[in-house]
Design a protein around this ligand. Structure first.
Ligand code: FAD
Length: 378
């Protein structure tokens, strides 16, 4: 059978696209096949992101903050987000929400198979799994089949381990999230703790690094235990959930249209912001563009606008500064948070700022390292 759309990979991008298609009257009756090797039944990640208005997944937002704090060795700042809200969604809530919604539609089928290849054969988008061959007008791919090779010369990795902990007594202030605490050892690269209290007795504590290599597994655990005891001053707690991940922060180009009628979405389409690892909000913006093209019957050839090319250049510049050890991550982020208001930082990191606003962010950094890396990345 030939489908209108195949969604290859039902993670964040695949399910965000599926949900939006099913919410769009002119598209909701299209025949859709969703393929993933996984059943999406585990709470494998937590997504945090910021936005100004309620988003498509507002009803499953698990926690939100209007204040964040930034800490470094000799600098601490409490930040009022003003027009932005920082939000958290749990992976399992997201998977259940979209999959349950889609089950009401007879035109949507789910299969659990491992995808081996995606191609365009005789002007048809063709997907092969270990068991079957499927064709469609469009295949939206979020598997890593077309991803570039990542190595220590072209990429940093954002690697982390997070613990959701519960305490017996109320110790957290759920009004304020700790976005970055750089007071931890920097011997393995740019390293910070991220603490998001979801209630007075519960918080996600995440040990995060931007560096070329991942660490031995036990190091993340040791550092989390140390920070919870020494900085948060908590002795008694229960570990209720844990997650870990490695997100590419790469100078390499992620292809958007690897084959005719094959559209890469999510991290595979380059929608991970290379300088920060944030992806959720960029996926949502890309999905809106795809839906608009589908509704208007346009061929989907994802265009990188001048503004987006500029954002990619500024991301690559920051990565180059860090990869070439011109400045430490701690220095870069401390200078930025010292000099730039948080609303402007969030707009900059969310690709929502004007050139003039970005210029102000750039002038908060030491000129020479950014100038040489910026020229190199042109
Ligand atoms: C633990 C963790 C926490 C994160 N936290 C944040 C955050 O707070 N904020 C943020 O913005 N970003 C975050 N990210 C980064 C990013 O948002 C996520 O990785 C996001 O899930 C990317 O969406 P995606 O659809 O591109 O990939 P995924 O969600 O990983 O989906 C890809 C899907 O493809 C399937 N698949 C892959 N290969 C095959 C194959 N060969 N055959 C069949 N199926 C296949 C996988 O099973 C998966 O379901 C986090 C990442 C991780 C790992």
């Amino acid at each position: 059978m030939k489908y209108d759309y195949i969604i290859a990979g039902s993670g964040c991008a695949g399910l965000s696209l599926l949900y939006k298609i099913l919410q769009t009257p002119s598209l909701q009756n299209k025949s859709i096949l969703v393929i993933d090797k996984d059943q999406k039944k585990s709470n494998d990640r937590t997504w945090c992101f910021w936005e100004k208005n309620p988003g498509p997944f507002e009803s499953i937002v698990y926690a939100k903050w209007n204040k964040l704090e930034f800490l470094s060795t000799d600098f601490k700042k409490e930040l009022d987000l003003e027009s932005y809200t920082y939000k958290m969604i749990q992976g399992i809530d997201f998977y259940n929400f979209v999959i349950n919604y889609a089950k009401k539609f007879k035109n949507v089928s789910f299969v659990q198979e491992s995808i081996n290849s995606i191609d365009n054969i005789d002007k048809k988008a063709v997907l092969k799994t270990t068991k079957n061959r499927y064709t469609a007008n469009y295949i939206f791919n979020s598997t890593n089949l077309f991803n570039p090779k990542i190595n220590e010369q072209n990429s940093l990795l954002q690697h982390f381990k997070g613990w959701l902990i519960k305490t017996e007594k109320p110790v957290f202030n759920p009004e304020i999230g700790r976005l970055m605490d750089f007071r931890v050892s920097q011997e393995n690269g740019a390293t910070f703790m991220y603490v998001l209290p979801t209630s007075t007795t519960e918080a996600l504590v995440e040990y995060t690094l931007f560096s070329p290599r991942v660490l031995d597994k036990e190091v993340y655990t040791l550092e989390l235990k140390k920070y919870i005891k020494e900085e948060l001053e908590i002795d008694n707690y229960t570990l209720i959930h844990q997650e870990s991940g490695v997100i590419p922060m790469s100078l390499e180009k992620f292809e958007q249209n690897p084959k005719l009628n094959v559209i890469n979405i999510g991290t595979s389409g380059g929608y991970t912001k290379a300088s920060s690892g944030y992806t959720f909000q960029f996926i949502q913006k890309n999905i809106i563009e795809i839906i608009n093209n589908l509704v208007e019957g346009n061929n989907i050839i994802q265009q990188t606008s001048f503004k987006n090319k500029y954002y990619q250049w500024s991301d690559r510049t920051l990565i180059d500064v860090l990869l070439s050890n011109k400045l430490t991550g701690k220095d870069v982020f401390t200078k930025m948070f010292q000099k730039v208001p948080i609303e402007k930082i969030l707009a900059f990191l969310g690709n929502e700022s004007s050139f003039l606003e970005d210029f102000k962010v750039f002038t908060s950094f030491p000129v020479k390292p950014f100038l040489t890396s910026g020229i190199k990345q042109l």
